[in-house]
Design a protein around this ligand. Structure first.
Ligand code: PSU
Ligand code: MN
Length: 300
């Protein structure tokens, strides 16, 4: 690829040797977690992936260059610099051409990972259909991106700030595959169970690897596969629902919309729960990184 794309030494070596690689997104670092936890979690995620025999490829844009795999100072920049915007797929070329910097969402990260031939991706919770989307039309570009990419995404379902039922319907329409990891209850990010069922349960990384191979045989791999991995220790539902209600009301009061809604609500959760949601979010990401690495290794 050309000069607008740079691989880290580690990712470049792994690609050459055809070793298992896991893509990691950066919006969660810049806009989903507060400093200084964001950098700590980003580093831990990378080391979890390495510890299970795969190579982490954290993806972001720095000063007009797409980075696939970040060096130590680059990961710090994504966590700590104030000029890191939030880029979805449509923003990529604009950020590159203007020499700016941005963290990549699930949509943008999956797009770049697929370009590089990376097929496994770990995140926290997917974007989806927002509550009130029938009026606001706010549906994450994560869904459209995943409807057209060969990617297996490990996540704790979709964020509980969303309209989960509408999001599940959209996943079906968009032919995005969905399996529950050791569960048939669709996880709700901070909650282990969103209240909706999943048809298919898998119980091991090997089973998921077999599905990925079968996707190639029947050529459904041009749409993503979601592996929904529930968090072990959830937030008490009554507290969750209370915080969410207040967060949504505050967002409306403050006129928050578009790409700012999700970071606003996550930040609201972290503050209002006195860090409880932060601890859960951290567990979610770490556990998803571990499973994604196991899948990448099982695929070899
Ligand atoms: N998962 C998390 N924290 C996050 C995100 C996911 O635990 O911050 C990010 C992802 O980058 C996802 C984005 O793509 O939130 C969704 O934003 P939106 O709803 O604006 O599409
Ligand atoms: Mn949106």
């Amino acid at each position: 690829m050309n000069g607008a794309i740079k691989f880290s030494a580690e990712v470049s070596a792994a690609l050459d040797a055809k070793k298992p690689i896991v893509a990691l997104e950066s919006t969660i670092i810049s806009h989903g977690l507060p400093r200084p936890s964001n950098l700590e979690v980003a580093r831990e995620c990378e080391s979890i992936v390495r510890g299970r025999g795969a190579t982490p490829a954290t993806i972001a844009l720095l000063d007009g260059v797409v980075h696939i795999g970040l060096e130590v100072n680059e990961l710090e920049a994504i966590a700590n610099r104030d000029d890191i915007s939030k880029a979805s797929t449509r923003d990529l070329a604009i950020i590159i051409a203007s020499g700016k910097s941005a963290a990549t969402t699930v949509a943008a990260t999956a797009h770049i990972a697929a370009l590089a031939g990376i097929r496994i991706f770990a995140t926290g919770g997917l974007g989806g259909v927002h509550r009130g989307a029938n009026e606001s039309f706010d549906e994450s570009a994560d869904l459209t991106a995943l409807s057209q990419l060969d990617m297996t995404v490990v996540c704790a379902g979709v964020k509980s700030i969303l309209d989960v039922h509408a999001t599940l319907e959209r996943l079906e329409t968009l032919a995005i595959g969905l399996v529950g990891y050791k569960t048939r209850n669709f996880p709700g990010f901070y909650l282990t169970d969103s209240g909706f069922e999943i048809e298919h349960q898998v119980d091991s990384a090997n089973e998921i690897a077999a599905i990925i191979k079968a996707r190639n045989v029947v050529q459904t791999s041009n749409h993503a596969l979601i592996v929904a991995n529930p968090v072990v220790k959830e937030m008490p539902k009554s507290r969750h629902d209370e915080i969410l209600k207040n967060g949504l009301a505050n967002a409306q009061r403050d006129g928050i919309d578009g790409k700012y809604v999700t970071p606003y609500l996550l930040e609201y959760f972290h503050t209002a729960s006195n860090g409880e949601s932060l601890a859960i979010n951290t567990e979610i990401i770490k556990s998803n990184c571990a499973l994604a690495a196991d899948i990448a290794v099982a695929l070899q």
